[in-house]
Write a protein that binds this ligand. Structure first.
Ligand SMILES: [Ca+2]
Ligand SMILES: [Ca+2]
Length: 376
């Protein structure tokens, strides 16, 4: 194998150097600094600034831009001067006390304010999706309930609300908008609990410490989800040592559930290899180079499995359907996509495209590596 290619392929992980900013209330605080079980075990990732206003909704925070319940570490301040720093990413946490239309407007305002600093032109904005409050009912029922996409729909922590909000925000800005699916991860864990398949956890109550906030175990879930995405590292690598004392809990299964959720949600951004907000052909240039940015499944290797994830999530105008029976390795795909001029597929409808991709996926397996295909 070409040694340069090998060196690129086996890169393991990366982390951000620029700072991230976090906007929300105690639920965001629980994820970024944690108030109990994870304290003292904060991962060594990027610097953080934050605007934490306890109990507040986004419109309240926007209307009271200097009002916080815990100050941001120097030199970072409140949302009132968010544009005075350069941010790799900004997380924004909706909370009850708002509506779809209002949350959309506030998030758009936050994005615009941040980007008045030209150095934030490429900042990524994450909608941080938290979890239902316990009194609303059984978690899996509340989270999955139908939500009407209407201006006046009240903010509740439900999948449908976040889906509608994400789509609305993404439609009104050209910034890169992403999604931290903590509520969905907890829902999937809840589905495991329902069939007695999550060792050490018998009730969703174990993830909560009160009606609203998460326990140490719950904080582990949401912190790991957030940091895994912000830093593009495998959930199993977020904490150097297990920071939660939860006897019998299968943390490997929790980490795998987080990984499954984030890798199968295009809004996580893991298949947007060039970070331009789109998952399309241009990302293949990064993947073909073997750069670690193209490690879509966060397993430390850039290979055909990452190509498959990209392919499943790509919005393409010319789907490549190479007449090969194996998932290509990066260098081989360069040949397939850019050099050989293989037939391109004009997508005519989502269903048509899905069938095409599905057929291709079913026909593929994991290719045995061939040295001569990379020595080019
Ligand atoms: Ca892209
Ligand atoms: Ca990979």
């Amino acid at each position: 194998m070409n040694k340069a290619v090998l060196a690129l392929v086996i890169l393991t992980s990366t982390s951000l150097n620029a700072a991230t900013y976090h906007i929300g209330n105690s639920l965001t605080w629980d994820a970024i600094y944690t108030s109990n079980a994870l304290a003292g075990n904060v991962p060594e990732f990027s610097e953080r600034g934050y605007h934490i206003r306890c109990g507040a909704s986004l419109p309240y925070i926007w209307a009271n831009q200097t009002e916080v319940c815990t100050p941001s570490p120097s030199p970072y301040g409140t949302i009132s001067n968010i544009e005075s720093s350069t941010w790799e990413a900004v997380t924004i946490q909706p909370f009850p006390g708002s509506t779809l239309a209002v949350d959309t407007a506030v998030i758009d305002n936050i994005i615009d304010k941040t980007r008045t600093n030209a150095e934030n032109a490429n900042t990524t904005f994450y909608i941080y999706a938290t979890w239902p409050q316990k009194p609303l009912g059984p978690y899996t029922t509340v989270w999955a309930a139908d939500v009407v996409d209407a201006d006046g729909t009240p903010m509740l922590q439900q999948r449908g609300y976040y889906d509608a909000l994400y789509n609305r925000v993404d439609a009104v800005t050209d910034a890169v908008v992403r999604y931290i699916p903590s509520g969905e991860v907890l829902y999937q864990l809840g589905k495991l609990i329902e069939v007695d398949a999550l060792p050490g956890v018998t009730s969703m109550d174990q993830f909560y410490r009160d009606d609203l906030h998460l326990s140490g175990l719950g904080q582990y879930v949401t912190s790991t989800t957030m940091f895994s995405l912000l830093n593009k590292v495998n959930p199993a690598s977020v904490w150097p040592t297990m920071p939660v004392d939860a006897p019998g809990v299968d943390f490997a299964l929790i980490n795998q559930t987080i990984l499954d959720v984030v890798t199968h949600d295009v809004r996580s951004g893991l298949t947007d290899f060039n970070d331009d907000g789109l998952v399309d052909e241009s990302d293949m240039v990064v993947w073909a180079s073997g750069d670690v940015s193209a490690d879509a499944n966060l397993d430390g290797v850039v290979d055909g499995q990452d190509f498959l994830l990209w392919q499943q999530q790509a919005t393409v105008t010319s789907v490549v359907a190479p007449p090969i029976v194996a998932v290509p390795e990066p260098a081989a795909a360069v040949l397939a996509i850019f050099l050989l001029g293989l037939p391109c597929y004009k997508s005519e409808s989502p269903n048509h495209r899905s069938r095409t991709l599905g057929t291709f996926a079913q026909s593929t397996g994991y290719m045995v590596f061939k040295e001569d295909e990379l020595d080019n």
